[in-house]
Design a protein around this ligand. Structure first.
Ligand SMILES: [Zn+2]
Ligand SMILES: [Zn+2]
Length: 190
């Protein structure tokens, strides 16, 4: 009578333990399936990870946690958006190449270090990049060496750029002597 009761209690305990283990097994298998689906679009990888956890149970789960992709797909997407936004910020805010301070797109010269940033178009006066020879607004060809001597005259440049300027003038002088003489003369007048 007493032995029967004990054996029955043991049976219930075993059944309870079995049910708990099964519940945990189902739980971690389902969790792995869902977690892998959030981290990978590869169906084969999802099935493989779930099968590994289903067969190896807790040990499979440990291996899965070590090997699973670090980011979920949503996290990776968010990160790519953030990176894109950062890149756009960098592109949108012009920085002075001379001193690295933030510059305005409308500035001709950096007010901090006197570096020339833009030049006005000879025809429409829109500000364009220093190395552009064609105005994108009115399609006027820019006189090549015209803005450069003016730049060195107006802004206090360092010795390196001061020595670099005459060299550039010499180069263009060889290419187009007449055009350069006239622009040089104009600049000395003005
Ligand atoms: Zn500057
Ligand atoms: Zn123009």
């Amino acid at each position: 009578m007493f032995e029967q009761l004990i054996s029955q209690l043991l049976l219930y305990a075993a059944m309870g333990a079995g049910a708990a283990i099964t519940a945990v097994w189902v739980g971690i298998t389902l969790w792995t399936w869902r977690d892998m689906r959030a981290r990978s679009r590869d169906t084969l990888a999802q099935i493989a990870a779930t099968a590994m956890v289903a067969i190896l149970n807790v040990f499979g789960l440990i291996v899965y946690l070590m090997l699973r992709p670090r980011e979920t797909l949503a996290e990776a997407y968010e990160r790519s958006l953030e990176e894109e936004a950062l890149l756009q910020n960098i592109e949108e805010k012009p920085v002075c190449p001379g001193c690295g301070r933030p510059a305005n797109a409308q500035w001709q010269v950096c007010p901090h270090c006197y570096t020339r940033l833009k030049k006005p178009c000879i025809n429409c006066n829109q500000l364009i990049d220093l190395n552009w020879n064609l105005c994108p607004y009115c399609a006027t060809q820019q006189a090549k060496s015209a803005p450069e001597p003016r730049a060195s005259g107006r802004s206090r440049r360092t010795s390196t750029s001061a020595t670099a300027n005459p060299r550039r003038v010499e180069e263009s002088y060889e290419a187009a002597p007449q055009a350069d003489v006239t622009t040089y003369a104009e600049n000395e007048e003005g």
